[in-house]
Design a protein around this ligand. Structure first.
Ligand code: HEC
Length: 139
């Protein structure tokens, strides 16, 4: 099974966590963030919960709806379109776009910004972990 988390653990075991190939780097980034979230008190992460959050609509004060899929595609293997600027946003699935989830700073920055915009608050450690396992599950 080609699950990124499983592979990264193997990779760490073999001492190759600093390889810069996209696969190893992406796994290292996700693995590090998940470890941080767990230290912050999160329980086990769930692809299902991440998926549900990705698809959930949050009402705004003026009666509109916001969701991750307002800009990203519901199908992670497809490009999305920014709800306000109309700009294309490349696919989120790492197997469709090897740049995804490889840069620690980028993932942190956008999770913070996009949760704020979508949910009206930052996501907690559990939610961020659920989202990351969902996004990196290549479903
Ligand atoms: C208003 C539009 C918009 C919404 C809504 C939105 N995003 Fe994004 N997101 C972006 C843009 C723009 C980028 C940066 C451009 C890019 O990476 O293609 C981005 C990047 C990201 C990244 C960085 C991925 C990487 O390359 O490593 C993550 C993770 C992410 N978004 C998650 C989410 C989640 C989770 C939600 C819902 C809570 C969400 N986004 C909602 C516009 C949005």
């Amino acid at each position: 099974m080609k699950h990124p988390l499983f592979a990264s653990v193997l990779c760490l075991g073999l001492g190759c966590s600093w390889q810069t190939t996209s696969w190893a780097a992406e796994s290292a980034t996700v693995t590090q963030l998940l470890a941080e979230y767990q230290q912050a008190g999160a329980a086990e992460f769930s692809v299902e919960a991440g998926k549900a959050l990705w698809e959930k609509s949050f009402p705004t004060a003026d009666g509109k709806q916001r969701s991750c899929t307002a800009c990203h595609h519901l199908d992670l293997s497809k490009a999305g379109e920014h709800v306000r600027t109309g700009k294309t946003i490349a696919a989120m699935a790492p197997n469709a776009n090897s740049e995804r989830l490889t840069k620690l700073k980028k993932v942190r920055k956008w999770l913070k910004r996009n949760c704020k915009w979508t949910l009206g608050r930052v996501c907690n450690a559990q939610e961020k972990g659920d989202l990351l396992v969902f996004l990196s599950a290549n479903q």
